[in-house]
Design a protein. Structure first.
Ligand code: XMP
Ligand code: MG
Length: 176
């Protein structure tokens, strides 16, 4: 398959598994935030595909914004989180749902929760497609979680390996 560029990739979560779980998350979010001003904040870049599918699974009027962070060098977290792209506008009074591809050590989400709280939103919660419980350094509350996965470096469905493989429609693991 040309999207794989010759690498051997094992499917961890198929397109159908992802779609079914995202439909469930969307239904729960739609019920929980009914009648409230909801803003989805996608954490760039890894969440872009998840956010696109999740937003369509939420049957509410909502806004979308993005925030960019970095803490990764290659395949290891450096632990130092930095905002590379800030939100496009203030969020005071809005209910914010941070949409993240994966909570690994939890340091990125901890940082973003603290940072966004200073901007006086009505609430901030986390929706993460994936969590690697074995890697947690800090406990972050994930209000909406797609899947817990083993401690393997995953790619596809928005997640990259040094910039590549974000366009795989499934979640996979690169095999040596
Ligand atoms: P922390 O450790 O702060 O990391 O929770 C969260 C960020 O790290 C990236 N990450 C990964 N990216 N495959 C990836 O492509 C992985 O297996 C992986 N684990 C962590 C991710 O960008 C997330 O936002
Ligand atoms: Mg990310």
């Amino acid at each position: 398959m040309s999207r794989l560029g010759g690498e051997k990739v094992e499917v961890l979560l198929s397109e159908a598994q992802l779609a079914a779980r995202i439909a469930e998350l969307g239904a729960r979010i739609s019920a929980d935030y009914a009648g409230q001003p909801l803003t989805l904040v996608g954490v760039l870049k890894g969440s872009f595909m998840f956010l696109a599918d999740l937003a369509r699974a939420i049957d509410l009027p909502l806004k979308v914004d993005f925030i960019g962070t970095t803490s990764y060098q290659g395949t290891k977290s450096s632990g130092v989180v930095r905002i590379t792209n800030d939100l496009s506008r203030p969020i005071d009074g809005e209910h914010i749902l941070l949409v993240e591809d994966i909570v690994d050590t939890g340091l990125t989400m901890q940082y973003l929760l603290e940072n966004l709280a200073t901007r006086h939103p009505a609430s901030v919660k986390v929706c993460a497609l994936l969590e690697k419980p074995a890697r947690a350094k800090v406990q972050v509350p994930i209000a909406y979680k797609g899947f817990s996965i083993p401690d393997e470096f995953v790619i596809g469905y928005g997640l990259d390996w040094d910039g590549r493989f974000r366009n795989l429609p499934f979640l996979g693991v690169v095999k040596p």
